[in-house]
Design a protein around this ligand. Structure first.
Ligand code: NDP
Length: 247
């Protein structure tokens, strides 16, 4: 049986752990060749590649800090030279520094803005130089880019709100190539960044209609659909997978 991403090649930023690793595995399971980037976690990235190849897929891992334009362009170019082409970009790498706004330092602000917004711009510009017509640009925003859920996330949620307009604006610039641009907005998902245990988890869980954290695979399933040919008429959209957080 043919898989829905057979013949496609995907590039996932921050694919060594958490949501990015699940996306990489799911895209590969659906037939795509996958390149993942990471910043520090070489071992974790190698484990993702091993898992994909163990399941009969094809993957490579490339060290490339998402805030470094030269490294990201080199990673995109390497993806094309090793895997043949580029059809799908997943802007996944991101971070949060939960803290009251007044206590947040300028260095912490820069860190969040650099990775969550500038990093998305960098990877998208690099990928667009290589992307085929009918490609897919999928960014991982957040439900808090639309409506605040808990205190302590002001810079983070502002960057995720910016992804909404990045998505809408860019969709109008690349639509004539058949390239779609979409924003997948998860709710609380159990990862190293946001573990489903501890004090901070309780209000997040309570904010969902389903009264639970989501699993990384539940985000990956939506990304895989948006990456597929079936989603060819969805663009400029903000798609939530948040357990009803904003319901
Ligand atoms: P994790 O912290 O669990 O994983 C982050 C991944 O990004 C790792 O693979 C990490 O690799 C990589 N990464 C971090 N910094 C960089 C960098 N500078 N350059 C390249 N790669 C980097 O995060 P999540 O999986 O939880 O989050 C993934 C995305 O989902 C983020 O954009 C986040 O904002 C978003 N999101 C997460 C939610 C959640 O509840 N978990 C909810 C809504 C959105 P390495 O170890 O090598 O640094």
């Amino acid at each position: 049986m043919s898989k829905k991403l057979e013949g496609r090649t995907a590039f996932v930023t921050g694919g060594s752990r958490g949501i990015g690793a699940a996306i990489a595995k799911r895209l590969a399971a659906d037939g795509a060749k996958v390149a993942i980037t990471y910043s520090r976690g070489a071992e974790a990235a190698a484990a993702v590649v091993k898992a994909i190849e163990g399941a009969g897929g094809k993957a490579i891992a490339i060290q490339a800090d998402a805030t470094d334009p030269k490294a990201v362009q080199a990673a995109v170019d390497k993806t094309v030279s090793v895997l043949g082409k580029l059809d799908v970009l997943v802007n996944n790498a991101g971070t949060a520094i939960p803290k009251k706004f007044e206590e947040t330092t300028l260095e912490e602000l820069d860190q969040v803005i650099n990775l969550n917004i500038r990093g998305v711009f960098i990877a998208t510009q690099a990928a667009l130089k290589q992307m085929n017509d009918n490609g897919r640009i999928i960014s991982i925003g957040s439900c808090v880019g639309e409506r605040m859920m808990t205190p302590g996330l002001v810079p983070y949620s502002a960057t995720k709100a910016a992804i909404r307009m990045f998505t809408q604006g860019l969709s109008r610039e690349v639509g004539d190539r058949g390239i779609t641009v979409n924003n997948v907005q998860p709710g609380p998902i159990d990862t190293d960044l946001n573990p489903a245990s501890g004090d901070w988890a309780t209000p997040q869980k309570a904010a969902t209609a389903l009264n639970r954290y989501g699993k990384v695979e539940e985000v990956a399933a939506l990304v895989a659909f948006v990456a597929s040919p079936e989603a060819s008429y969805i663009t400029g959209a903000n798609l939530t997978v948040d357990g009803g957080t904003n319901a």
